[in-house]
Design a protein around this ligand. Structure first.
Ligand code: FO1
Length: 312
């Protein structure tokens, strides 16, 4: 079994690549839930939904999230009541949030709900597990005050200056059933090309996950989300800079230093290889830009081959 960790668009693209390998084995993916938010009484799990929509072929590829050709009549109608409509929930997407909220209200856990939603979207070769069943929310501390990650990303368009990050509820978050086992029993572990601060960061802070990654016998390979020293999408650079970190794949390697064996860096960042090697991590260089499903599959195959390579 191969186990992956990730959240959001980069992870979803890579997992789509993995899922296209016909002779592929079973994959488990542990997904960030720090981006979850309640809007108009509905529970939204953006990273889980982004992965499910991408794997099922229904994602809006242009945006990278949401369902393709969705309409927004429900949201418009909600606007009439004066509720906030900055978070663009499409009509088909709304059905997922209504179903998730309905099951939550009936006592189902996030992992049980994720399993049902994934099945309903026809996903059966990848097991998707939320990092925790406990409620966790990532908040960003900015020069304009503290705000939910979605407010920072979507409502404020990443404009406020980042000063820190606060993951609410993380001290008490326990790994969801199957998470630790998936890491311990894996043949290989892949850290997807996701934001190291807000996507992978919260997963690593759930009790016992980082320790399991250090303990596992499996080779752990991370894929840097940076290309040419910048993220393809999203706020990784703003967050890293705001936390006083350098924006580079070397820095990503340093953040994972205690549990990864190798890091895949993009061709454009090949010059960082020597520095990465000097901190004790093996750098491997590839074209990491997944501009279509074929390229995602090529990268996924290439990463899987790295598990057969035993050279240092
Ligand atoms: N991202 C936006 O930039 N604008 C939106 O209005 C928006 C709505 C939205 C609704 C459902 C969903 O699952 C994701 C949505 N996203 C939106 C994406 C989301 O903010 C981020 O991609 C992730 O949270 C970061 O991984």
């Amino acid at each position: 079994m191969i186990t992956t960790l990730g959240g959001g668009v980069g992870a979803a693209k890579f997992l789509k690549g993995l899922s296209r390998i016909p002779e592929g084995e079973l994959f488990t993916t542990i997904v960030n839930t720090g981006d979850d938010i309640a809007i108009s009484g509905l529970r939204i799990s953006p990273d889980i939904d982004t992965i499910i929509y991408r794997l099922s072929g229904l994602v809006d590829k242009e945006k990278g999230w949401g369902i393709k050709e969705d309409t927004f009549h429900g949201l418009e109608a909600l606007g009439r009541f004066g509720v906030e409509t900055w978070f663009k929930l499409g009509d088909k997407d709304l059905a997922t949030h209504i179903y998730r909220t309905y099951l939550r209200n009936r006592g189902f856990t996030p992992s049980e709900i994720t399993n049902r939603v994934a099945k309903a979207f026809g996903i059966n070769n990848i097991i998707i597990i939320p990092m925790t069943d406990d409620e966790v929310e990532t908040w960003i501390v900015t020069d304009e005050g503290e705000m939910h990650i979605q407010e920072y990303l979507v409502k404020r368009g990443m404009k406020p200056k980042v000063k820190g990050i606060s993951i609410k509820g993380i001290e008490n978050a326990r790994p969801a059933p199957g998470v630790i086992q998936a890491i311990e029993e894996a043949r290989g572990v892949i850290v997807c090309p996701s934001n190291p601060i807000i996507s992978i960061g919260p997963i690593l802070q759930v009790k016992g996950i980082r320790e399991a990654l250090k303990r596992t016998q499996a080779k752990v390979i991370a894929i840097s989300p940076l290309v040419g020293g910048a993220p393809l999408k999203g706020p990784a650079d703003k967050l890293m800079r705001g936390l006083g970190l350098e924006v580079s794949s070397t820095q990503v390697a340093k953040l994972y230093n205690d549990f990864i064996d190798e890091i895949v860096i993009d061709e454009k960042d090949a010059f960082e290889a020597d520095t990465i090697r000097s901190i004790g991590i093996k750098p491997v260089v590839a074209d990491t830009v997944m501009s279509n499903d074929e390229k995602a599959e090529r990268l996924a195959r290439w990463v899987l081959e790295r598990f057969e390579d035993t050279s240092i």
